[in-house]
Write a protein that binds this ligand. Structure first.
Ligand code: ADP
Ligand code: 5GP
Length: 202
């Protein structure tokens, strides 16, 4: 059955658990791939070039913007982040489902360019939990955590603009909800349009 892949866009405040949920989703689904973003942020301890991010110098990132090499890009918490276009294009054409884990500015840029993209907002059960998770992750300085918490309220205000919201209280439940969204999206008439057209032309 010939179909284009699904494009799933996950956003939500830093520390809400997007990475955790997306990783679990990929592990349970061989057809699902996670896009690797480019960033000008410095690698955190344990982060690997080409696995977690493509780490770039600011001038290289800006050159890629000028060359139109990003599906979307944004400045987030003072650094540049972007989704390289060629990999996404190829994967979707091949029928692979792709996940992007990007900020809200990037998510709305994707919706502009690819209206059939599915926007999923991952929200924390409470702001207190979000703070605990950012501290427990231990990846960012106290100043960096404060910056992320301040942005979180503004980000949460835009959750209702998304197609779906997952409250990540328990990872297993959040993953189940994301799997349910994928299943539902694959039953959408617009997703099955090409298949249905072929069926009646046989
Ligand atoms: P994000 O990608 O949204 O910035 P992470 O996936 O890095 O967030 O998660 C931030 C921290 O919260 C990590 O230490 C992770 O293990 C933890 N975490 C994620 N989901 C949950 C959950 N449902 N309950 C408790 N802790 C969680
Ligand atoms: P972190 O520095 O914690 O890895 O990511 C910080 C923020 O940047 C998160 O909200 C994350 O979703 C976002 N981000 C990561 N990659 C991209 C990207 O390619 N584009 C955009 N717009 N945001 C991204």
């Amino acid at each position: 059955m010939e179909r284009k892949g699904l494009l799933l866009v996950f956003s939500g405040p830093s520390g809400t658990g997007k990475g955790t949920v997306c990783k679990a989703l990929v592990e349970g689904n061989l057809d699902l791939r996670l896009s690797i973003s480019a960033t000008t942020r410095s690698p955190r301890t344990g982060e690997v070039e080409g696995v977690n991010y493509i780490f770039l110098k600011k001038e290289d990132f800006k050159r890629m913007i000028a060359e139109g090499q990003f599906l979307e890009w944004a400045k987030v918490y003072g650094n540049y982040y972007g989704t390289p276009l060629p990999f996404i294009q190829k994967a979707l054409e091949k029928g692979n489902d792709m996940m992007l884990e990007i900020d809200i500015q990037g998510a709305f840029q994707v919706r502009e360019k690819i209206p059939e993209a599915v926007l999923i907002f991952v929200a924390p059960p409470s702001m207190a939990d979000l703070k605990l998770r950012l501290n427990a992750r231990g990846a960012d300085s106290p100043e960096e955590i404060q910056k992320r918490l301040c942005c979180a309220i503004e980000e949460m205000k835009l959750a209702c603009e998304y197609d779906y919201v997952i409250i990540n209280d328990e990872v297993a439940r959040a993953v189940e909800q994301a799997q349910a969204i994928i299943k539902a999206e694959k039953c959408r008439a617009r997703y099955l349009k090409t298949y249905l057209a072929k069926l009646i032309s046989m």
